[in-house]
Design a protein around this ligand. Structure first.
Ligand SMILES: Nc1ncnc2c1ncn2[C@@H]1O[C@H](COP(=O)(O)OP(=O)(O)OP(=O)(O)O)[C@@H](O)[C@H]1O
Length: 439
């Protein structure tokens, strides 16, 4: 499959050639233009995966090129600016216009490639096949471990709130390891205990009333591939003991059966629950906890990785367009602001639904704030998504402190410790932020 090339707009011959050399080495196809007008003409004719443009160009400014592209093109590719040290403010204002990122000269080529890969999947495809889950440092760290996990890990635990992408990570590991092999998923929270048992281990014919034929459970179905057990934290204790035995013995005995059948699966378990707390409260077996917790991936909620929001949103816009055979819609700057300031309690799933809803309801090519979030007040339907800076900062501080408090079970000394402030300061802040009368 051929990917669209990168559009490089750089008038400096040495810089342009160095970039071109490195990109070629990385397997990134590149079209290099030395003027803004040439680039614009090409952008009108070709599909590009990414535009990497200097801000200072000999004919039109990089900003003008970008603005013109927004006006003229039906779909503007992700855009990264190269800027001199003195014009960072300018670059930041371009981010507000919708540019994805900027890089300041002098820059390190590895750093540039990281930024490019953060916004453009194809730029990573030729370099060790690192999967892309989002440009945030947290998701990049997770993504970077996946190829190794795919090669070596037989048991993996993925935790995180509902909708953060645990299943997609399991799928990515599976695809990296054995794309042709079976991947079988089972939600352990959605079934009664007896159903869960037959789903997991299968049953023999006549094992119970209604068992008219032998049925293979998910362990056998996933043999040679991956078994994804979702919501493992909700599995009843009795079933946990049986699961542990199967993991240890690598054999499964169907309900009503006598023969233990060997199974070879990679087991990926996921839960939104705090498994350690479940162990402490006696709801989860400690031995099973250690057995499945060999490798633990913690996926942060979307509100803790805001860098991923617009990247994901653009991906969902493209997915929607591809699925419906239409041109991808664009997000207005207000829409982007609303998306990045929303807290996303439903995480990536909520974002995906919000984008799909906006695609369906927005008549034109530009998505504004109107149909983005169901809660109009939050979407800023009064015409602006801005709140005064002080209120915004206060909101951020409060939310961060509340998260730290929850993490530390409300213990003030511990919370102050993790936040790197004194207890007195924490008291004062809580009072100022109006959290009760202090702790
Ligand atoms: N990094 C990502 N890139 C693209 N899509 C994503 C990403 N993360 C999540 N999604 C999408 O968001 C939705 C929710 O993701 P997923 O089902 O993997 O979450 P989950 O953590 O397993 O949720 P739950 O705990 O509720 O089962 C899916 O439609 C998934 O495709």
């Amino acid at each position: 499959m051929t990917h669209p090339p990168v559009c490089l707009v750089e008038d400096d011959a040495i810089m342009g050639e160095s970039l071109l050399d490195r990109f070629t080495l990385e397997g990134i196809k590149t079209h290099w233009f030395r003027t803004g007008r040439e680039a614009l003409a090409a952008l009108e004719r070709h599909d590009y995966a990414l535009v990497l443009s200097d801000i200072r160009l000999p004919d039109i400014e990089g900003e003008t090129l970008f603005r013109t592209a927004i006006e003229k093109l039906r779909a503007v590719p992700p855009w990264i600016f190269i800027t001199g040290y003195g014009s960072i403010d300018h670059a930041v204002s371009l981010l507000k216009l919708g540019a994805m990122d900027y890089i300041t000269k002098p820059f390190d080529l590895d750093e540039l490639l990281i930024k490019m890969r953060a916004v453009c999947r194809h730029c990573a495809a030729d370099n060790g096949d690192l999967p892309m889950l989002g440009p945030s440092p947290a998701m990049r760290r997770i993504a970077a471990t996946l190829p190794q996990l795919a090669r070596n890990a037989r048991t993996i635990l993925i935790t995180g709130e509902s909708g953060v992408g645990k299943e997609i990570i399991a799928q990515t590991i599976h695809d990296l390891a054995q794309p042709g092999a079976p991947l079988v998923a089972l939600n352990c929270a959605s079934l009664s205990e007896s159903l869960l048992e037959t789903e997991l281990f299968g049953h023999e014919r006549g094992a119970f009333t209604g068992a008219t034929r032998r049925r293979h459970g998910v362990f056998e179905q996933a043999d040679g591939g991956t078994l994804f057990l979702d919501e493992i934290g909700d599995m009843p204790l009795s079933m946990q003991a049986k699961l542990l035995r199967v993991i240890q013995d690598k054999r499964v005995t169907r309900v009503g059966g006598e023969v233990a059948v060997p199974v070879n699966v990679r087991l990926i378990c996921a839960t939104h629950r705090d498994l350690r707390a479940r162990v402490e409260s006696g709801a989860f077996r400690e031995d099973l906890y250690y057995r499945i917790n060999v490798i633990h991936l913690r996926v942060p909620p979307l509100r803790e990785r805001k860098e991923d929001v617009l990247w994901l949103a653009r991906q969902f816009l493209r997915d929607y367009a591809a699925e419906h055979g239409v041109e991808p819609k664009q997000l207005s700057p207000e829409a982007e602001r609303v998306l990045t300031s929303h807290r996303w309690p439903g995480n990536v799933r909520e974002l995906k639904h919000a984008i799909e809803r906006a695609c369906i309801l927005t008549p034109g090519p530009l998505i504004g704030v109107d149909f983005l979030l169901e809660d109009d007040a939050e979407a800023g339907s009064e015409g602006t998504a801005f709140e005064p800076l002080e209120a915004y900062l206060r909101h951020c501080e409060l939310s961060y402190i509340q998260q730290a408090l929850a993490h530390c079970d409300g213990q003030i000394a511990k919370t102050a410790g993790v936040l790197g402030i004194s207890r007195k300061t924490l008291w004062e802040k809580l009072k100022k932020l109006g959290v009760g009368q202090g702790p």
